[in-house]
Design a protein around this ligand. Structure first.
Ligand SMILES: [Zn+2]
Length: 383
């Protein structure tokens, strides 16, 4: 979303297959009566899956809303709903499977309004719907439970979270500088990706029917995924139509490297990076991203380390050349470092803020240049 990223195309048919399984089973249980639904009946509906695996799947209990219920319980609850409620559930599921059309300007449907059924007063119904959809996600993503898929070659393969993250990284190799390098920073905040967590961009608590949608799964850093930042917040604005208009999306609409610039304001003696774009629509998206993951605040913290490191680098240059450089020479040096920071985009954490900071100083902007100049030429500490 901050960085332009690609869907791992090799995973896409797999996710589409899972969503088809959800659709097929949901349609079957919406047409059935609760007393028909038992394990052998489910095995018949999911005839392309291993029967032993389906038995485990049906008996598996989740703990949504703090009450343990099995997949069979969820399916019986859904089957017992009035016909019009079941029809609406399928309609809304079908509508949002196509939610990417909202990013293409299609306003013929209200994509991504929450499932009507999740407003039901009966918590058992809400739990059943969430449990039904999420039960396809959980076993899918935990390495020891991944689905076994029978390939055309006859080979059984597993699919799990680690495979997805590996394919995601491979699909997002750096292009310009290190052709074989993977994306090594968080696509959402440009910080350290570390051991990524798979985020449901539209949270599964509110959009359980998108829990396995290939456009709704994105590896991001654990900070971005935590409750302090994105957590279960929905990156949508209910009022505008479509509700996606004021937001970026990991795969469908990214801020990319050149749709914004970073400016530096001075508050209480410290630099505050401010993301800026002259186009009001893009600025709105940037502001929403900033609010969602407190990007400027996190970049401000990263920036204090960058400033300290740059002052150290300047002093090393002075020592190497055995003199304090003139202001013009220092600007040339800063420009060189700014260019090399650009080459670290997608590869080195916080290369974006570093690049804009060094560029601002190289251009002789008073806030940034003076800070470096005064600190680096302070003869008391030069040593
Ligand atoms: Zn992040």
């Amino acid at each position: 979303m901050l960085h332009k990223i690609r869907i791992p195309e090799t995973c896409r048919p797999y996710f589409e297959w899972i969503v088809e399984l959800q659709r097929r089973l949901l349609t079957a249980i919406c047409q059935a009566t609760p007393d028909e639904i038992e394990t052998e009946w489910i095995i018949a509906q999911l005839s392309d899956l291993d029967a032993k695996w389906v038995r485990t799947f049906c008996g598996r209990k989740d703990n949504i809303s703090g009450v343990k219920r099995s997949m069979i319980d969820h399916m019986c609850t859904i089957a017992s709903l009035p016909v019009d409620v079941k029809t609406k559930l399928i309609e809304e599921f079908d509508r949002d499977r196509e939610f990417q059309k909202a990013f293409e300007g299609d306003t013929s449907h209200t994509y991504l309004s929450k499932l009507t059924i999740l407003e039901a007063e009966d918590s058992r119904i809400r739990q059943a719907v969430r449990g039904f959809f999420e039960s396809f996600y959980d076993p899918n993503f935990y390495p020891k439970q991944g689905y076994q898929i029978l390939q055309v070659s006859g080979r059984l393969v597993r699919f799990d979270r680690d495979i997805f993250v590996g394919k995601f990284k491979a699909a997002n190799q750096g292009e310009a500088v290190r052709p074989l390098a993977d994306l090594e920073v968080c696509p959402m905040c440009d910080g350290n990706l570390g051991k990524p967590e798979v985020d449901h961009f539209y949270p599964k608590a509110h959009y359980p029917h998108l829990s396995c949608h290939y456009l709704n799964l994105v590896p991001i850093c654990s900070n971005c995924n935590s409750r302090s930042y994105k957590g279960e917040k929905s990156p949508l604005t209910p009022k505008p139509d479509p509700p996606t208009v004021d937001w970026f999306h990991p795969y469908l609409r990214s801020a990319h490297d050149d749709t914004f610039e970073v400016q530096f304001e001075r508050h209480n003696g410290r630099h505050v990076p401010v993301l800026f774009n002259s186009h009001s629509q893009i600025q709105k998206r940037i502001d929403n991203l900033n609010k969602l993951i407190k990007l400027e605040e996190r970049w401000r913290q990263a920036l204090s380390g960058i400033v300290k490191a740059t002052i150290g680098d300047i002093r090393r240059v002075f020592r190497r050349r055995r003199k304090i450089l003139g202001k013009e020479e220092l600007c040339e040096q800063l420009q060189e470092w700014a260019d090399s920071a650009s080459e670290g985009f997608r590869l080195i954490p916080h290369a974006i803020v570093k690049r804009y900071y060094l560029q601002s100083a190289a251009d002789g902007q008073p806030h940034t240049f003076d800070e470096l100049w005064i600190s680096a030429t302070d003869t008391d500490t030069l040593g």
